[in-house]
Design a protein around this ligand. Structure first.
Ligand code: AMP
Ligand code: TRP
Length: 344
């Protein structure tokens, strides 16, 4: 069965939106708007799988929404909302908790990393995180999911859940008139030169919201001075830049900075190195600072402008949530019929 093409993706409101979120995710969200009907969600239910201060969370939610809009997502043509306003996400996640197997979740590397050594003390939500993520996508029967490289395993799990649901309930799906399959198998869209942006302090570690060192990342709220300082202090190696991408192998910091430049310039590593091959890092970093400030500066300014009017952001989220809920409600009605629940 052919499913209507639709894009869904989410970003957690857990503070410190950074260049990795922008290049790996939000910039791609923007590019997909011309080709697909898109739903972009601030996943606040996911954020509380680790502690979030209730006094900070509303601002973090509005900040992600402001980033979406400042980067160029059109909340009228598409849908922007926060997850907790559409209860169907949590409702479908429960059904998926009963479809997914413990063995599948036990393999999730993000849980292992986030739970760390003190696994007994991790929340049940952190463990079940991937089934909620599958519900986010499938409650809209979305077919394409733009994400950074780190979400690949979760996307594979979403496909396994969709497949198992379709198999387990195949008879009922057919009886209720939904054909051979009720859920599409969502495709990850992991593309471009910056699917995994690394820490500016250590090219073997992912750039992350939770790194203790603020110098490890460029935040979308950083001003031009902060961006310049962080790039100038970024770790490098002593050699000049190679003239071809092959020369970046085993040079994680060089590879990262060239990848960032390429992604910001909508170019490729090869083209960047054709221009900067044999240059010293000092020269290249100056060019990277100029480029980063030129591209990120307007976004930061626009985010700040939007954040001065939280009521306007809340109205956008409420409007998006109402439109999202219409779609999600239809899916949930069908799921209830397929599973065999009695409903009004
Ligand atoms: P999160 O902040 O974990 O909600 O991530 C939001 C989106 O940003 C997801 O699609 C991630 O895969 C992506 N992302 C997060 N960190 C990075 C990174 N360092 N490089 C590339 N993409 C990233
Ligand atoms: N787990 C994703 C992350 O941390 C965020 C997310 C939640 C998501 N639900 C999603 C991404 C659905 C894509 C689709 O980056």
């Amino acid at each position: 069965m052919a499913f209507q093409e639709r894009v869904f993706s989410g970003v957690q409101p857990s503070g410190n939106l950074h260049l990795g979120n922008y290049l790996g995710a939000i910039k791609r969200f923007v590019e997909l708007q011309d080709r697909y009907s898109c739903i972009y969600c601030v996943v606040d239910l996911h954020a509380i799988t680790v502690w979030q201060d209730p006094a900070e969370l509303p601002r973090a939610i509005r900040e992600v929404a402001a980033a979406f809009i400042a980067c160029g997502i059109d909340p009228q043509q598409h849908i922007v909302f926060n997850q907790s306003q559409v209860a169907e996400h949590a409702e479908l996640a429960w059904v998926f908790n009963c479809v997914a197997r413990l063995g599948w979740l036990n393999r999730m590397t993000q849980f292992k990393e986030k739970a760390g050594k003190d696994r007994e003390n991790a929340s049940v939500g952190l463990y079940a995180y991937p089934t909620l993520m599958a519900a986010d996508i499938l409650v809209y029967r979305a077919t394409h999911v733009p994400v950074g490289e780190d979400q690949k395993q979760h996307l594979e799990l979403s496909r396994d859940i969709a497949q198992k649901f379709n198999n387990d309930f195949a008879g009922s799906i057919r009886d209720k008139g939904f054909g051979d399959a009720f859920f599409p198998l969502p495709e990850p869209l992991i593309t471009g030169e910056a699917t995994r942006v690394m820490s500016l302090r250590d090219g073997t570690k992912k750039m992350s919201k939770s790194d203790a060192s603020d110098y490890s990342r460029i935040n979308l709220t950083d001003d031009a001075d902060a961006i310049a300082q962080k790039i100038r202090k970024a770790k490098t190696d002593p050699d000049p830049l190679p003239s071809e991408p092959k020369g970046l192998e085993h040079r994680p910091e060089a590879d990262n900075l060239v990848g960032i430049y390429a992604a910001l310039a909508d170019s490729s590593r090869a083209a960047v190195l054709a221009q900067y091959g044999n240059a010293q890092f000092s020269t290249f970093k100056t060019a990277l600072v100029d480029l980063a400030v030129a591209k990120l500066g307007p976004i930061t300014t626009e985010m700040q402008r939007l954040l001065r009017n939280p009521l306007a952001i809340d109205a956008i989220l409420a409007d998006g949530a109402a439109r999202a809920q219409k779609l999600a409600h239809e899916t949930m009605k069908a799921v209830k019929d397929i599973v065999g629940f009695v409903r009004r």
